[in-house]
Design a protein around this ligand. Structure first.
Ligand SMILES: [Fe+2]
Length: 407
């Protein structure tokens, strides 16, 4: 992350990461070390009925920590869910939060923490740095390997009024602790694993292809690509716990990279798609990723060659340009193996909205969106991309993503 003077960089991550098989048993001890006494457990009914909350509750009981469970988080939570959770936490005098779930629950839980200590509605804090008080301390226990919300300062909620996503960010919103236990990935279906894994891979690849990268973010991004690329097949198709753990840590590392180096066009271009149509985040991101990579290729053959090496490509006789091409080919091969779509379906997304979607990406890119009034993550995604896109190029990219790619 560049601050002020363009030669000064900051890497910031205040989240303690505890990981390993059965690491959920550390939850109670970690909760106590935050100085909290009563917990609100934020989760969803699916996670709860799959038995994924049990280990956390057992650890809290062992440590004699009273708790209450709020399991009403839905997919793509709204401000209403946050308000409901905050009301319960306040009424029950909870002074700490433990989230067990995917990105939706982790975002809802962090929103609850902000509202409990700052009051009002979570919408009041839309933008960057709007809250003045520290939120309730929070432990994130992810049950997916993809969102990276366990190491993110951004709370992303569904904006039902404007049919888009609401981004609420501050360095205060990082979870205090993230507990990565691969045993908690056991209820994910093959397809859920694939979709969230490809989202994580996109975080790493995009976080390596921005104008804000540093040697620290590069190391994290390339290691993340290495871990996810080599383990996603086994993690999604078998009970291989080592592979699942590799994907889980890879996903967290991807967000440590892109949380500081930012994201690029794949995430920027899918914002209007997700806002306007019902298509899961990872699916929307992954589908456009190969097209965005092809667009970005001319900006840095060296960076694409490094990505290829992290996916296992090496040949001393091959040129940098050849290796660079392998990075895109390897991603396409992985997609074919996993049965990931090669293009958007016109049944899911109205192709006629392409100019409108391209226009919203351009508006964000050129700052017509007033950051003083309403700063959103959308504002900086397109402008951080390693290669700047024109309106015409964005329209072409969207059009191509409905045509399909070849190897
Ligand atoms: Fe994502």
């Amino acid at each position: 992350m560049r601050t002020g003077d363009q030669n000064i960089f900051t890497f910031y991550l205040p989240t303690k990461i505890v990981h390993g098989v059965k690491s959920v048993q550390e939850t109670g001890k970690e909760f106590k070390s935050l100085g909290s006494r009563k917990a609100i457990i934020v989760t969803d009914k699916g996670v709860e009925s799959a038995g994924l909350v049990e280990g956390v509750l057992a650890s809290l009981k062992t440590n004699e920590i009273p708790f209450i469970v709020f399991d009403d988080v839905e997919e793509d939570p709204t401000e209403k869910t946050v308000a409901k959770g905050a009301e319960i936490a306040t009424k029950e005098k909870c002074d700490g939060i433990v989230v067990v779930g995917g990105g939706s629950s982790i975002c809802a839980g962090r929103g609850i923490g902000v509202v409990v200590t700052n009051g009002g509605n979570i919408r009041d804090y839309e933008g960057i740095g709007k809250a003045s008080k520290l939120p309730l301390p929070l432990i994130a226990v992810p049950t997916t390997a993809g969102s990276g919300a366990e190491v993110s300062q951004f709370i992303i909620l569904k904006d039902e009024i404007h049919h888009t996503k609401m981004a609420i960010g501050s360095p205060m919103y990082f979870p205090r602790v993230a507990i990565l236990d691969p045993l908690l990935l056991k209820s994910l279906s093959f397809w859920q694993f694939v979709v969230s894994g490809i989202d994580a891979l996109s975080h790493a690849i995009e976080g390596y292809l921005t104008s804000m990268t540093t040697p620290i973010t590069d190391a994290l991004a390339l290691s993340s690509v290495n871990l996810i690329y080599h383990h996603l097949r086994a993690a999604s198709t078998s009970e291989d716990l080592d592979a699942k753990e590799a994907c889980m840590i890879g996903s967290t590392m991807a967000n440590m990279a892109c949380g500081n180096a930012r994201l690029g066009l794949a995430h920027a271009m899918t914002m209007p798609i997700e806002g306007g149509f019902k298509i899961p985040h990872g699916l929307a991101i992954g589908t456009i990723l190969p097209y965005v990579m092809e667009f970005n290729l001319p900006a840095s053959h060296e960076r694409f060659a490094a990505l290829a090496k992290s996916m296992g490509e090496f040949d001393a006789n091959r040129s940098t340009a050849d290796l660079a091409l392998c990075a895109i080919a390897d991603i396409k091969k992985l997609f074919i193996e996993l049965g990931f779509p090669r293009k958007y379906s016109e049944a899911d997304i109205d192709r006629k909205t392409i100019p409108q979607m391209a226009n919203s990406v351009m508006q964000w890119a050129h700052g017509n969106y007033d950051p003083a009034k309403k700063y959103s993550m959308n504002t900086i995604l397109p402008s951080a991309n390693i290669r700047k896109a024109t309106m015409k190029e964005l329209i072409e990219l969207y059009e191509r993503s409905f045509e399909g790619w070849e190897m």
